[in-house]
Design a protein around this ligand. Structure first.
Ligand code: WTA
Length: 644
């Protein structure tokens, strides 16, 4: 049975797209009808992109966890909501039924309540990929606390910054996390992050690795003890109950920090109703989900992809979502294929960087793996090159599984541009068409709509969206002005994505990458300014400039030009700089290449000409372009001839 809002043919796509543009309110209110509301809305949409202010389903009351869990219990109570594959394939797997999920989420909600957490309080979650992470996220949502999940690869300093920005009073973490052969001491990192912190009152620690941890009286408590106590409160005579908080449609659901082109990461805020509707809608349509298919999204819940397509989207659609604790290359490079085979996965959603990395191992890891259950493949996070696309298509999808190339962002919360699996055509390395309800617009530097194609018949420009969709970013936490200047001020009246794009005559979009100073390294968003600030913290470093360069596996690598005046050994210092970045941001932001230079190419007004640095990092030393406006054109020669 298709979902009421599932689009199942090309004709229907075209019709629904047209309707969604002509009457967006009608379109989205019809989608919204299939959710569970405590009270219906007074108004479907109120918006302007000047402040900006966007309100969807104003006046409606709901709780997203009742939509993700409770309403499925009657039919699917004993069926799997989450299937969990541990890091170690020898360890017992866990199948979490909807009933079990309900109970656990009620327990977490009760545990949080017992510890004083109230609606609107910020709870920071720093955990590995264990089912308890999903329970924690949903437990917050059940009582209306705002969760802020931080990816396990961020450093204590990054966590400290986020805790402070969100003024978080509660943390949920693990003693440690397994990642391949490694054990990451998460609680230890949290302890470091808490030095000097004044807001955090409680740290709840879930035991996963039984790594020794410090437990501070009055602050740190064990998840297991608290959950046991909460169980007695929520379960009476076998009946589990914890009343879900009644939330306004526009109440914030979560904060998720992401990198921009300037300053520190910003806390993107999403709201309850719009987020719920759009993640479920996009999940069901893009992947053409049908119960009881098993959906395997390989992302980490610390990123938006995990929020939307491991937890909320699939559960709101009553799907079975597979969650994997480990990494694709451990114990060997066949791990994903093992999982597909073991659980008969039907939908596989991963990042191009993972595909490229696995491609490097050749076809051997695929031997003896039965991938015949796969029906739909997806990619996300960065442009996919044609070679990787075809490898995925031939070796994994066996040329019978449509590939969806899904373009979206933390700020959009859900997929905006993608083919719908098997419904609208795919085109290798093209994200193709916008989902109904999404209105992209291509503009040139001056903000004029691009109406003239180039000689190849392609329209080229910067990607904007001209009309709100339900899960558009509402604000950046604690600083609405930042939201306005970052996304709504470059081109007045439009949401600016930061991405460059090509469009063909049939209306297909191909994302070419960021046009701002944001890097996309292995599908992770990293701001060049952030990395520069971290490098500049190293003693002896005077200044630095960071650019991206093409990297076979990561998509983009980080290239740092550094003015170092210290007297220590250059090679050792480069390692120290790398360590400094790792400490300040996290291992994901470590530069791949560091070049010491005596100066940086700057204009007379002091602006670094990154265009030139990018060219040199790409190995392009001939067509550097005009350097006459530089304060010291000689520096370019020096940099070109320098070594990494
Ligand atoms: C890039 C991840 C090309 C893009 C969901 C965007 C993509 C940034 C694609 C957002 C795609 C995402 N093709 N590029 N299919 N999907 N991107 O916030 O540059 O971590 O702006 O969200 O990833 O990254 P974020």
């Amino acid at each position: 049975m298709p979902y009421p809002f599932q689009i199942t043919s090309l004709e229907e796509y075209q019709l629904r797209y047209k309707q969604s543009v002509e009457n967006p309110e009608k379109f989205w209110s019809e989608v919204a009808e299939s959710f569970l509301w405590k009270k219906k809305w007074d108004k479907v949409l109120e918006w302007n992109f000047t402040e900006p202010k966007v309100e969807w389903f104003k006046g409606a009351k709901l709780n997203i966890t009742e939509n993700c869990i409770d309403r499925h219990l009657a039919e699917k109570g004993d069926l799997p909501a989450i299937i969990w594959e541990p890091n170690n394939p020898e360890e017992r797997t866990r199948v979490v039924t909807y009933n079990r999920l309900h109970k656990r989420v009620c327990q977490v909600a009760q545990m949080l309540k017992n510890n004083g957490v109230k609606k609107g309080d910020r709870v920071c979650i720093y955990m590995g990929m264990v089912p308890e992470l999903a329970y924690a996220v949903l437990g917050c949502a059940r009582i209306g606390a705002i969760h802020s999940v931080i990816f396990g690869g961020f450093s204590a300093q990054s966590i400290a910054d986020r805790l402070e920005d969100a003024k978080a009073e509660y943390i949920i973490t693990c003693d440690g996390a397994y990642r391949g052969e490694k054990v990451i001491p998460l609680k230890d990192v949290i302890d470091d992050a808490l030095v000097g912190n004044k807001t955090v009152k409680r740290v709840i620690v879930f035991t996963r690795t039984r790594t020794p941890v410090s437990m501070i009286k009055g602050r740190d408590i064990w998840w297991e003890d608290e959950m046991l106590y909460a169980e007695e409160q929520v379960e009476k005579n076998g009946v589990v109950k914890f009343d879900a908080e009644e939330m306004d449609a526009e109440d914030p659901l979560f904060i998720l920090y992401t990198s921009g082109s300037t300053g520190k990461p910003k806390g993107v805020v999403h709201s309850c109703a719009g987020y719920m509707i759009f993640t479920a809608y996009s999940f069901v349509n893009v992947f053409q989900y049908q119960f009881p298919q098993v959906h395997f999204c390989t992302a980490d819940i610390g990123w938006i992809t995990g929020h939307s397509y491991i937890v909320y989207g699939p559960l709101a659609a009553g799907a079975t979502s597979l969650m994997f604790e480990g990494i694709p290359t451990w114990p060997d490079a066949g791990r994903f294929w093992n999982i597909v085979d073991k659980y008969k996965v039907n939908i596989l959603y991963t990042a191009p960087t993972a595909i490229r990395s696995l491609m490097g191992f050749g076809e051997a890891p695929l031997k003896d793996k039965d991938l015949s259950s796969l029906q739909i493949l997806g990619t996300v996070g960065e442009p996919i090159n044609e070679e990787a696309w075809h490898w995925y298509d031939e070796n994994i999808g066996k040329k019978k599984s449509p590939i969806v190339d899904t373009w979206w962002q933390t700020e959009t919360a859900g997929i905006l541009i993608s083919n719908l699996a098997g419904v609208t055509p795919s085109k290798p390395s093209w994200a193709t068409l916008p989902l109904p309800g999404v209105q992209p617009l291509l503009v040139d530097e001056s903000g004029q709509e691009v109406t003239e194609p180039d000689e190849e018949g392609l329209y080229k420009g910067n990607l904007c969206i001209k009309f709100p969709w339900p899960s558009i970013i509402r604000t950046t936490y604690g600083d609405h002005e930042r939201c306005r200047t970052n996304y709504f001020a470059t081109y007045p009246g439009l949401y600016f994505t930061g991405d460059g794009v090509l469009k063909d005559k049939d209306g297909n979009y191909r994302i070419t990458g960021r046009v701002d100073d944001v890097l996309n390294v292995s599908g992770h968003r990293i701001g060049t300014a952030e990395v520069e600030n971290a490098i500049n913290m190293h003693s002896g470093v005077v200044e630095s400039a960071v650019v991206g360069y093409p990297h076979d596996i990561k998509g983009q690598g980080i290239y740092a030009y550094v003015i170092y005046t210290g007297t220590h050994d250059a090679e050792l210092t480069k390692r120290d700089i790398t360590m400094t970045v790792s400490r300040i941001i996290g291992p994901i932001a470590k530069p791949d290449k560091i070049q010491f230079v005596s100066g940086l190419p700057k204009t007379r007004s002091g602006k670094i000409m990154r265009r030139i640095l990018r060219k040199i990092a790409e190995g392009e030393t001939k067509n550097i372009g005009d350097t006459t406006s530089l304060l010291d054109p000689n520096i370019v020669e020096e940099i070109k001839n320098g070594k990494v």
